[in-house]
Design a protein around this ligand. Structure first.
Ligand code: MD3
Ligand code: FE
Length: 216
């Protein structure tokens, strides 16, 4: 029996409170996996992943695209939400039904039943890519939460406090995990460590992260 209990203890609980207002829902995206991956192909056919430039002139290691009424963009002039994809001159692809369904269900489960996102930033990490410590504060109404969905290779997510120098806690985010960040956690500093190489059964050598936002 001892080994059985050992294995049970090493399994993450389905719902984990990371901080006040921040909830991790392990595996919550798995029922949507096939629909999400099909929708991603449609989105990236029209709005391909690209490496954006930061205002400081660095090319980001994470490749990005967007769907929804507005998309997050960065260039030498700054960060902003734009209704138009600067690479194509076209509006971003619409939020697919399955994206909206998952984001609303997760937000409701985490205690934010009124959240309806209007933007989804899609991040693609290849081995070595990382996202340095930052806050998400380009959204107009910071009282809305952010819902994040992890797919593919696992990543180490770093979660800090309201000051850049606050202690970081680390969480492994795996294929199918969904996290919701609102209330007192909404402006916490966070980042993603350099992605370790590996081969995911479904997505291969990459990690995809969707973040749903109320941007406009
Ligand atoms: C905590 N993305 O796109 S998702 C981002 O895995 C971003 O690609 C990471 O940070 C990724 O801005 C982390 C988790 C996340 C997203 C937004 C947050 C955590 C957050 C906003 C406030 C606090
Ligand atoms: Fe962020």
């Amino acid at each position: 029996m001892g080994d059985l209990f050992d294995r049970l203890e090493s399994v993450d609980p389905p719902r984990q409170v990371m901080a006040e207002g921040a909830v991790l829902l392990r595996g919550a995206a798995l029922p949507f996996e096939v629909a999400i991956l099909a929708a991603l192909d449609t989105i990236t056919a029209r709005a391909p992943f690209r490496h954006m430039t930061t205002p400081g002139g660095y090319v980001m290691s994470v490749a990005m695209t967007n769907c929804g009424a507005a998309g997050w963009v960065s260039d030498r002039s700054g960060y902003r939400y734009d209704r138009i994809d600067p690479d194509s001159g076209l509006p971003w692809p619409a939020l697919p039904h399955c994206f909206l369904e998952l984001a609303v269900a997760a937000a409701t489960e985490a205690g934010y039943p009124d959240f309806v996102p209007d933007a989804c930033l899609i991040n693609r990490y290849e081995p070595g890519a990382r996202l340095s410590l930052h806050q998400d504060r380009n959204e107009r109404d910071l009282s809305w939460p952010i819902v994040s969905v992890s797919l593919g290779l696992p990543a180490t997510f770093q979660f800090g406090g309201l000051k850049r120098t606050d202690t970081l806690r680390k969480y492994a985010l795996r294929h199918g995990d969904v996290a919701v960040w609102g209330g007192p956690s909404r402006l916490c500093f966070h980042g993603v460590s350099e992605l370790r190489d590996g081969e995911h059964q479904v997505l291969g050598r990459m990690r995809i992260n969707l973040t749903f936002r109320g941007a406009l």
